[in-house]
Design a protein around this ligand. Structure first.
Ligand SMILES: *Cc1c(COP(=O)(O)O)cnc(C)c1O
Length: 419
């Protein structure tokens, strides 16, 4: 089957209210980083998440950057001009994630140390995190992601951090609307970020937010994001500033999207369940979550092929080859098949410890330091879970405008790969 209109991994879904708020901004001439859309969107998001303050920013990455800056100052004091607040400090980070989670640590001159992934939710492994604190007891900051909208093992991670006196930056960019033990993600860190990028569950075309219960932190982020202007008649500056505030036009789009968050989650969940049902009998699993303690937002549906059903697949830095075998397949073959139907899938996010830019950084597995003991990979005594999920996993078309018929055709195509 060839879809006439491309079925996307996850594309914006507009409802009509967005353009009204954009129009209103235009007609009232609030075409800057001030206005009713910003105020109202911040209020709506804080109310939804259950936090006291939400500060609207130009991107989730900007929110994460200011989280890193706040954390650095809280832990190590204010940096000199030209020095990041995390200069020379190691920071433990989720390893299987989008690089926007990790780059803000580099912006602040910190050094990310990557913590391997667990198999129950595809997020940071608490066992590996505990190992990391054994190896680097001086570390005081952890960046935690909820990958694909699935909440991480929050309680375990938080209690380890509390034991080691470490603060948490929570990257809830992909998990807006997801909850853990009845509480929304974006409320578990000392500093929290969400994203309204074009592919996220609700979008402003761009944008992000910093979430907190601390008035002091909210005020700082608001100030830093608007060039760190002091209260004076002229432009007065005591600290380095950023141009990170959200535009009132963008905020109009987010404001119009907000009432549809739950509808989008329900659609994404139906897509996940349809794949799960459709793949019954195949040697594959869906991306797992803790149904007892968490409710994901099901942003992306992913699958992982059982080890015994993997055909030979070899990946270079930018290309991949495979050899089909009867009864077996691999992500590369499935993704090629899906692409040929005019649909978009994607490999699972390539772990940060495998990225050329971060390859020299430490990587800690559940068994200890994965880098120092590279021979251990060969003898099998160290298991690199992230590399394994990357090898065998893929993200399926998860657009909430995909019809059940289109999804059934994708399921059929996946099945054909196993013939
Ligand atoms: C999208 C994303 C970000 C960055 O958000 P932007 O709004 O695109 O800057 C950060 N972390 C994760 C995990 C993301 O998926």
């Amino acid at each position: 089957m060839l879809f006439e209109k491309k079925v996307w991994l996850s594309s914006p879904t507009m409802h009509g209210d967005e353009i009204k708020f954009v129009q209103e901004a235009y007609e009232t001439n609030w075409m800057s980083t001030v206005g009713a859309n910003i105020n109202e969107t911040e209020r709506l998001v804080a109310e939804k998440v259950g936090c006291k303050y939400a500060v609207a920013l130009s991107a989730g990455t900007a929110a994460l950057h200011l989280c890193a800056k706040l954390a650095g100052e809280a832990l190590y004091g204010m940096p000199k001009v030209g020095e990041g607040s995390l200069k020379g400090r190691k920071v433990f980070c989720s390893d299987m994630t989008f690089d926007a989670t990790v780059n803000p640590i580099a912006y602040e001159n910190g050094e990310a140390v990557f913590i391997d992934t667990e198999r129950d939710t595809w997020n940071m492994d608490p066992v590996a995190l505990e190992k990391a604190f054994e190896i680097y007891p001086e570390v005081r900051l952890v960046v935690l992601v909820h990958l694909y909208g699935t909440p991480a093992k929050v309680d375990e991670i938080r209690s380890i951090c509390a034991k080691h006196n470490a603060l948490i930056i929570e990257d809830a960019a992909e998990s807006f609307g997801a909850s853990y033990k009845g509480k929304q993600t974006g409320t578990f860190g000392n500093f929290n970020a969400i994203s309204f990028n074009g592919n996220k569950i609700i979008t402003g075309s761009a944008g992000g937010m910093f979430l907190t219960d601390s008035k002091e932190d909210a005020d700082k982020v608001r100030k830093w994001s608007t060039q760190s202007r002091e209260a004076a008649a002229w432009y007065q500056h005591e600290e380095v500033g950023f141009n990170y505030r959200m535009s009132n036009v963008i905020a109009g789009v987010v404001r119009g999207q907000m009432p549809y968050l739950e509808e989008h989650i329900a659609q994404k969940k139906a897509i996940y369940m349809r794949y799960k049902e459709g793949f019954k009998g195949l040697p594959v699993q869906m991306n797992p979550y803790d149904a007892q303690n968490s409710e994901p937002n099901f942003w992306l549906s992913c699958m992982i092929i059982d080890k015994g059903a993997m055909c030979k697949q070899v990946r270079g830095e930018t290309d991949a080859l495979y050899i089909h075998e009867p009864g077996k397949t691999c992500p590369t073959e499935i993704l090629e098949k899906i692409a040929a139907m005019n649909a978009e899938g994607r490999p699972v996010w390539k772990p940060m410890h495998m990225q050329p830019i971060y390859r020299s950084h430490a990587f800690i597995t559940a068994q200890g330091n994965g880098r120092a003991r590279t021979n251990a990979y060969i003898d099998g005594s160290v298991e690199d879970v992230g590399a394994d999920i990357f090898e065998r996993g893929l993200c399926l078309p998860s657009d909430n405008k995909m019809t059940p018929e289109q999804q059934d055709a994708i399921i059929a195509a996946v099945k054909e790969c196993f013939i």
